[in-house]
Design a protein around this ligand. Sequence first.
Ligand code: TRP
Length: 334
Amino acid sequence: MIDGKKVLFSGMQATGNLTLGNYLGALKNWLTLSDEYECFYSVVDLHSITVRQNPAELRKRARSLLTLYIAAGLDPKKNCIYYQSHVSGHAELSWILSCFTYMGELNRMTQFKDKAAKHADNINAGLFTYPVLMAADILLYQADVVPVGVDQMQHLELTRNIAERFNNIYGDVFTVPEAYVGKVGAKIMSLQDPSRKMSKSDENPNASIYLMDDPDTIMRKFKRAVTDSEGCIRYSEQQPGIKNLLDIYCACTGKTPQEAVKEFEGKGYGELKPAVGEAVISVLRPLQEEMKRLSGDKAYIDSVIKENAEKANYYAMKTLRKVQRKVGFPDRIR
Ligand code: TRP
């Protein structure tokens, strides 16, 4: 609890171009949480180097992700928006927690198996201990809730196990976090293969709408979106391509699937696709303009970075010092 509010932690990686899926599925929902929770939103750059990065590129993307948080409407006075690498407590707590995590547990992580298969030439120890760092992120702020997608549920479950294990030995040190299951964010699928999630790491650029795509590109991608040969517009699992287009349309317009289906009654895919494209363009346009404006305001963004890193450090250190005492590290002499 901070000032009578429950604490919420989440983070995103600054790798790959962010997609409409990241925005509609995650970022947009974060906006609704800042009144109810004390929110920490991190740009998790420590996690990013588990796969090889170009340094200049990583730095640039990290800044643009941080800027995007603000452009999307998160008020940095109310939400702690910061770089993970600016708070050394993440790495320090991660080390301690790694001594309370079993190899067997980490071996079971499906994301590790996937990533190891994908980066067979660089299966480094960081890739393996990635979930411990994620546990440290969350536990460092004594987070009560963590909004995560299903792909991160296993990591959150591990975090809870580590917290409980630690608490069993040392008393109540960590808040055991819960997954945040509020109004579910839209799950946006690939435009080229609606059985897969829209992903920033998809090699096919037509599969994803990137947040910085211009209107022509957006239209073109929607016109090429994979559908089916049914020819009618229903909201059904039998028509995953159409369902995805309707989901995107609804997430952008605030309409319900029923309303959308009614609107397109008797119409063809040739009418649905550009309508979805237009809806997306009108959501992304203001976001892109705000990105541009904020990116030009270096002094402001710098001040956010500095102030919020200080705030994050303050809370992180409170937990870290307590943990260090509990495990038996000597007190600091002041
Ligand atoms: N691993 C998460 C992802 O790839 C990002 C992340 C890092 C995170 N630390 C976190 C998410 C803590 C929630 C809480 O999506």
